[in-house]
Design a protein around this ligand. Structure first.
Ligand code: IPE
Ligand code: IPE
Ligand code: MG
Length: 236
């Protein structure tokens, strides 16, 4: 078991590179996504074993609907498969699952599986596992603004008294700490609309490996590098 001096409380990962991995191996893109779920399993397990508090994974963005129907279908199928095959073990490991994003915009079967996973693991006190599905960071912020505006209109709060903490409490990540470490695989260096509000002071890492090739050594390397970063939060 690897030992780390200073672990991030909240790790976020943009799991990118499945398409390129499939291409490299002359396979269909769906096979890249399938291989990607293997990485997903091992990273979740390791995060839980290491005692990381929260892990947020970007699985499907609001922009990913633009992809070909066949690929979207393959991804939706994998989401279903993932939850039915993993839920027992995750529950056993005391993992608490939360979906970030708009479940109402998903097909019925997926929606039901996600609600079930959340309900079944709601009282678990181990790793807080957030899976972003049909998620967009701007949409999340707009939704939070609407909820605060409704409270103001109802006379429950005064607009000038709205604080950053109140805003944060309306996000999907409501009770979780800000992201400490943001990892995006595949060498792309952008956020692609993931956790915009929560990443204000995150440390960013962009390992050059494709997501299906992101193994525990690569994960440990990122965690180790995080421990060596000097975080100042604007201070001296
Ligand atoms: C990331 O892999 C997974 C999802 C977006 C669901 P990609 O499919 O984006 O892989 P690349 O970027 O094409 O290699
Ligand atoms: C971000 O990756 C979304 C997920 C990993 C789920 P994309 O591959 O969709 O992002 P862009 O299009 O390269 O920015
Ligand atoms: Mg991509």
């Amino acid at each position: 078991m690897a030992v780390f001096e200073k672990l991030p409380r909240h790790v976020a990962i943009i799991m990118d590179g499945n398409g390129r991995w499939a291409k490299k191996h002359k396979m269909k893109v769906a096979m890249g996504h399938r291989q990607g779920t293997e990485t997903l399993r091992s990273i979740i397990r390791e995060s839980s074993d290491l005692g990381i508090e929260a892990l947020s994974l970007y699985a499907f963005s609001t922009e990913n609907w633009k992809r070909e129907a066949q690929e979207v279908e393959a991804l939706m199928g994998l989401i279903l498969e993932f939850f039915s095959s993993e839920i027992d073990e995750l529950d056993e490991k005391n993992v608490c699952i939360r979906i970030l994003g708009d479940k109402e915009g998903l097909p019925e079967k997926q929606r039901r599986a996600l609600y079930e996973a959340e309900e079944r693991t709601a009282a678990n006190t181990g790793l807080k596992l957030n899976i972003a599905i049909n998620y967009g960071g701007r949409a999340e912020i707009v939704r939070a603004a609407q909820q605060l505006a409704q409270k103001a209109a109802a006379g429950e709060i005064r607009p000038e008294e709205i604080t950053e903490e109140m805003m944060a409490r309306e996000l999907y990540t409501r009770d979780l700490p800000d992201v400490d470490l943001m990892i995006r695989t595949s060498g792309e260096m952008r956020l692609s609309n993931f956790l915009l509000y929560q990443c204000a002071y995150a440390e960013f890492m962009f390992p050059a490996v494709l997501w299906p090739d992101f193994d525990l050594d690569a994960y440990h390397e990122a965690l180790q590098a995080f421990g060596n970063r000097e975080r100042r939060f604007g201070g001296r």
